[in-house]
Write a protein that binds this ligand. Sequence first.
Ligand SMILES: [Zn+2]
Ligand SMILES: [Zn+2]
Length: 381
Amino acid sequence: MQCLIKEDLNQTGLTLKTNYGEPVVGINDVKIKVLNASVCGTDKSIFLSNTNQGIREEMLRYTTNKNEYKPIVIGHEFCGIVEEIGAGVNKENFASLVPQIERGDYVTAEMHLNCGSCNLCASGQAHICTHVLVKGVHLDGCFADKVVVPHQNIIMLGKGGHTKLVPPKIGSMLDAFGNAVHCVSKVNLAGKTVAVLGLGPLGLMTIILAKQFGASRIYATETTDIDRRFALANEFGASHCFDVSKGTNEFYQTVLKQERKSMGVDCVFEMSGSPYAYNDAFNVVCNGGKVILLGISRAPLQNFDIAKNIIWKGVNVEGIFGRVMYSTWTLMLNLLESSGDTIIPKLEKILSSKTYTLSEYNEAFDKLVTGAEMKLTFSLN
Ligand SMILES: [Zn+2]
Ligand SMILES: [Zn+2]
């Protein structure tokens, strides 16, 4: 089969294989023929692994000998059609409660594989299981014609292959959208004031959701690709956008003026990972407000004043990783179903207009690395 692998962590780039062996279906696995697969920031870091110590260390975590990297197929955001089902799969399901997985079903998957036996897994917190392995980071992923996933990680999108509710381009980015859904599910946003820091795909998705959940004023910040991102943010419901590459004064002053009764916004979503954004987050959140952290900073924070920023303000800080397994997925699918055509057309605007083939991977990654596109999808099969 055709696939994209990461051959050498010390080199930029990926390798296209055209005669790679198909993945083997274990007794509890499902094999899926991939329709679309989307590229995210993690894939971009893997592409640039020679300059990113963090991702190199992460990809070596699962190897038995830490210096001996075994090449893997990368990619973890996809959707496709069920092609083969392990012998043990439907037998151990409670057939009356869980729909059987059948050949031809249209599915996506949670690509975080939890251990299933630790205290976190046993208490509904499998998404932060300390033994979690990610397909496409530690194990073979989905930038391939076929991918194999444990049956419990399968998310049904359409029985019999129906793609009406979620078109495949969108089906392949639900992993990312799920991160944003997880973030907004932590707060009751009805009537609340919000700041979204960073207008990459996840920041923009957060604005779509904040609006959907009834947030009142939505402030947004970004430093690059301003015209396009601000236009999308405004269209999705942001009330004020600030280019903070030119300084934060206007941002802080506007929030203070608009929100003078509470002296800040009720909730900040930090989606950028920029070290500067943490100052912004705690400067604009009101006392007693909430800061949701999703962006991943490249380096530890220096000189961060916890007393001033968190304790004396009584701020509630929450870190978000992945999607709650599986309540975030249920919430997300219910939302897509009930929102009619309000969410999906907006998500489509975040994606590049061009859909790439796997063999165009260099062009695709170049578009992400240079910032010409912020999210794109491969079309396979
Ligand atoms: Zn991702
Ligand atoms: Zn576990």
